[in-house]
Design a protein around this ligand. Structure first.
Ligand SMILES: [Zn+2]
Length: 204
């Protein structure tokens, strides 16, 4: 779709978010995915605990997260939390408002952000991490060259955290070296099983 369409349509009434969501929902894959992303429920507020100012994580993941944070700091590569739990309403803003602001199609937007109801962040198990010594690499593929990323690749599995979107992931989501999910509880394993199943199928 050319930019002309969007420029023209933006000068008229913008389509409602509900209408936009209905359109993208038609593109759901047969395994429940929407534009590559699996559906995820929103964590109950009672399950969330604070891990940093304004940042909450599922209580099952909090102890391991804190242990990982301390271990990284002790090794001289402290990291910062850029994003943790996001409600479906927050994700709605992040997906549709920024999509409109950047003049992106739903498909292009979905390569870098999940549609509401399809974000690992809404489970309370996902975190975005950054290197405080290199803030310019925040939420950028350049984070993959940071000491923090190298530390995570070597150590995160010990704390039951895994990279959700490595390079060439079968979901077709862009490489997100900053985005990690906790897989150290039965509930987390169950939630992320469809993603694992797809990964296994892609390797066959
Ligand atoms: Zn993320």
């Amino acid at each position: 779709m050319g930019t002309g369409f969007w420029l023209a349509s933006r000068s008229f009434r913008a389509p409602s978010k509900q209408a936009a969501l209905a359109v993208v929902q038609e593109q759901r894959n047969r395994d429940g995915r929407l534009l590559g992303h699996f559906p995820y429920p929103e964590a109950k507020a009672s399950r969330l605990v604070s891990i940093a100012p304004g940042m909450k994580l599922h209580r099952d993941a909090a102890d391991n997260f804190r242990a990982m944070q301390q271990a990284a700091a002790a090794d001289g590569v402290p990291f910062v939390v850029l994003s943790a739990f996001r409600s479906v309403a927050d994700q709605q803003k992040l997906f549709f408002d920024i999509k409109a602001e950047r003049n992106q199609s739903a498909r292009d937007r979905a390569r870098v952000s999940a549609p509401p109801g399809f974000s690992e962040h809404s489970t309370g198990y996902a975190i975005d991490l950054g290197d405080p010594a290199r803030p310019q690499t925040n939420l950028s593929p350049a984070f993959a060259d940071s000491p923090v990323y190298r530390w995570l690749i070597k150590n995160a599995a010990r704390f039951q955290f895994a990279l959700s979107f490595p390079t060439e992931n079968p979901q077709g989501v862009s490489f997100e070296p900053w985005h990690w999910r906790y897989e150290g509880s039965i509930e987390a394993l169950r939630l992320f099983e469809p993603a694992h199943r797809l990964q296994r199928a892609a390797k066959l």
